[in-house]
Write a protein that binds this ligand. Structure first.
Ligand code: IPE
Ligand code: MG
Length: 154
């Protein structure tokens, strides 16, 4: 995240021609299309997931800048366990990697991470990094980043 440059949230809002009071308080995104993105480029699906994670990073940065209250990311549903084992493993590894790598940036930018969805079935390392990030960031007062992992469609 690069919210540490000279630009203030208000500059960004002005640049985009937006009125602060008309911005949403809560934005929710259902993540999709990673596989199609990769296929169009003859890349393995996992590369699409890596790219998706990069997009998430940019979106989080923008939401923090624009002082959005809550960003909810629907990233992995209970249905997604049916995917090939290697793909599920790669997705879980991406959670760990990104949670560890972005932790300092979350803290520097006052972002509070909260996970929603069934925790029980998550791999131990994902759970550990999630809980660590959640407890570290619990006192942050900026963007609330809600990460839906293992969420039900019903
Ligand atoms: C979103 O992209 C990632 C997850 C749901 C885990 P998809 O993997 O669903 O991408 P498509 O639908 O195959 O393009
Ligand atoms: Mg899909």
């Amino acid at each position: 995240m690069s919210t540490n440059d000279d630009k203030t949230p208000l500059d960004t809002i002005k640049e985009l021609g937006l009125a602060r009071e008309r911005l949403p308080q809560h934005i929710a995104i259902i993540m999709d299309g990673n596989g199609r993105w990769a296929r169009q480029r003859n890349l393995p699906r996992v590369r699409g997931h890596v790219k998706g994670a990069e997009s998430v990073r940019a979106i989080v940065t923008h939401c923090a800048r624009l002082q959005i209250d809550t960003l909810t990311l629907y990233s992995f549903s209970t249905e997604n366990w049916k995917r090939p084992r290697e793909e599920v493993d790669a997705l879980m590894a991406l959670y760990v990697e990104n949670l560890v790598r972005e932790r300092d940036e979350l803290m520097a930018n006052q972002i509070r991470l909260v996970q929603i969805g069934r925790r029980e079935d998550l791999p131990e390392d994902v759970l550990r990094e999630l809980e660590k990030t959640e407890s570290m960031s619990a006192g942050n007062r900026g963007l609330r980043l809600v990460l839906a992992i293992n969420y039900g469609g019903r």
